[in-house]
Design a protein around this ligand. Structure first.
Ligand SMILES: *[C@@H]1O[C@H](CO)[C@@H](O)[C@H](O)[C@H]1NC(C)=O
Ligand SMILES: *[C@@H]1O[C@H](CO)[C@@H](O)[C@H](O)[C@H]1NC(C)=O
Length: 216
């Protein structure tokens, strides 16, 4: 079976081509490493009129005012490849403890730190802003906002965030609407469960009584 040998030039080239393809696929699967990104965007988040000293905002009610701009002290041309800026809501370390699904990975394709998109805007050195109603689905946790500058192919090329590198300052907390609403929801659920139960009970009792009448 001479044609099955590895020396066969056709087989050899097919083999190396598939290795190339495989490494290409693996290469594409790995994302940009966060540690390689320069911090060139200034990001400010304000928690708006409901803001208080404790930086607590309510999901479904309050807004985040998010703005980003190119840091004026970066070298000219640094932003030549920037096409889009995406801002995201990110879990602070205190809300990542013991939660694998919020874990930080240096590889941005695996990273779960910034799980909620806020805005996607065309890049302009002068920056832009967003007023974002915090959706009800945002879990009770401590957060910050990060912006990524993306190039024409959608790859992250720079970032900025509303906190320092170690994520210790200017954090804020998103809370569920209120305890009152939660207990009202529970009360409503209990009430409907109770009414279904009494309806079923009523039918059973009625059936039993009818049977009794027949027996008499
Ligand atoms: C802008 O960049 C300079 C130099 O990297 C830095 O010292 C400064 O803190 C940055 N400004 C803001 C508002 O982050
Ligand atoms: C800011 O972003 C909005 C979309 O959120 C866009 O419509 C608008 O044109 C942007 N403004 C500038 C000056 O780029």
């Amino acid at each position: 079976m001479a044609n099955m040998k590895w020396e066969d030039p056709f087989r050899k080239s097919v083999c190396s081509a598939s290795f190339l393809l495989l490494s290409f696929v693996i290469g594409v699967k790995g994302g940009v490493l966060f540690s390689t990104l320069p911090k060139t965007l200034n990001v400010v988040v304000s928690t708006g009129p409901h803001n208080d000293s404790s930086h607590v905002v309510k999901a479904g009610v309050d807004h985040l005012f998010v703005s980003w701009v190119l840091n004026e002290s970066v070298a000219a041309g640094v932003d030549a490849s920037y096409k889009t800026v995406k801002t995201k809501l990110c879990f602070a370390p205190v809300s990542q403890v013991d939660r694998k699904w919020r874990k930080t990975f240096n590889d941005l394709h695996k990273d779960k730190t910034c799980s909620f998109g806020i805005s996607s805007q065309p890049y302009k050195a002068a920056g832009n802003q967003t007023i974002w109603l915090i959706p009800k689905r945002i879990p009770f946790a401590t957060y910050f906002v990060r912006a990524y500058a993306l190039n024409a192919t959608g790859m992250e090329v720079a970032f900025g965030q509303s906190t320092d590198r170690n994520i210790t300052h200017n954090l804020f907390q998103v809370e569920p609407i209120s305890g009152k609403h939660a207990s009202l929801d529970i009360a409503a659920a209990c009430f409907s469960a109770a009414s279904i139960f009494s309806l079923v009970a009523f039918f059973i009792i009625e059936k039993l009584m009818m049977r009794r009448q027949k027996d008499l």
